[in-house]
Design a protein around this ligand. Structure first.
Ligand code: ATR
Length: 276
């Protein structure tokens, strides 16, 4: 039987009001003149399973998942992608034939953003430095390894968490103490901040940034402000910088395509719409 209902998708979180996903998907629905709605859904932990089982019956094609449900969503899914296994969390669920398929699109979003913002970037050109060892870091480390980085160096305030990444990602990952000398950065082809440091209202990223130089590609997951002090310093020393908004926008692409049947563009129009 053909389903003639208007396709629905949304984002599940707690809180969810801060999520930019409804703006991103809403922009694309309008832009491509597609029937459909994308709805923010505030869901308590205790209700998550019931909600995920009910949504397909209500006509939902899928949902994005944000804090704090990314790990539990993975556990509740019927099928999980290799990427979800590697990262240990899901951010994109698709409902099909009564089953839940879980994916994590953060690694895709990271790579697509770098390739758009720094077209000459080549992961294989040299080692990458990743600051932080949380969920975003795991996605980015997996992306960098897959893209061919010869080595990924991880520095985190809590060293044991970085050691956990090494256990999961293997020999091409090296753990170092927090970066205190400019030389450590100078050796890198790619540098990524995956911590919330530098975000509006958060402490600054404390690091010796004197090693930044031309030829490096530097990016941040923080996008408020777009030009973090970290990126600004890298830029002033000649590095190519890519802001964090791109990853947020690109990670939404695979879900939109699966649920609404159109591969959407990440362009300046969208960036302007999201920045308001
Ligand atoms: P996300 O899913 O966005 O990666 P997370 O899992 O909470 O969020 O991870 C946050 C990262 O930012 C961690 O690497 C964290 O370091 P710890 O593992 O030591 O907690 C890092 N971070 C957050 N606040 C920090 C601070 N004030 N100084 C240094 N690192 C910080």
């Amino acid at each position: 039987m053909t389903d003639h209902r208007i396709p629905l998708a949304g984002v599940i979180g707690n809180p969810v009001a801060h999520s930019r996903s409804p703006d991103v998907h809403g922009h694309w629905l309008k832009r491509y003149d597609l029937p459909g709605h994308y709805i923010p859904l505030h869901v308590e932990d205790i209700d998550l399973e019931q909600v995920l089982r009910s949504l397909p019956q209500m006509g939902f094609a899928g949902v994005n998942v944000t804090i704090p449900h990314k790990v539990r969503a993975m556990e509740l899914a019927d099928f999980i992608s290799d990427r979800v296994t590697l990262i240990g969390a899901a951010n994109t669920l698709t409902f099909r034939d009564g089953k839940i398929y879980a994916d994590n699109t953060d690694a895709y979003g990271f790579l697509a953003s770098l390739r758009q913002g720094a077209p000459d970037w080549n992961a294989a050109a040299g080692p990458a430095l990743v600051l932080g060892a949380g969920g975003a870091s795991r996605a980015i480390v997996s992306a960098l390894l897959e893209a061919g980085a010869p080595e990924v160096v991880v520095a985190n305030r809590t060293r044991s968490k970085a050691e956990g990444l090494r256990a999961d990602f293997g020999a091409r990952l090296r753990v170092v103490e927090w970066v205190t000398s400019g030389d450590q950065i100078a050796d890198m082809a790619t540098v990524v901040n995956t911590t919330s440091l530098g975000m509006q209202g958060q402490p600054a990223l404390k690091l010796d940034l004197s090693g930044f130089k031309r030829g490096q590609v530097v990016t941040d997951i923080v996008y408020t402000p777009l030009m973090t002090p970290f990126l600004s310093e890298a830029k002033s020393r000649g590095a190519t910088v890519v802001d964090g908004l791109g990853m947020l926008l690109h990670q939404a692409v695979p879900g939109f395509e699966r649920w609404f049947g159109q591969r959407p563009e990440v362009d300046d129009d969208l960036r302007r719409a999201i920045l308001g």
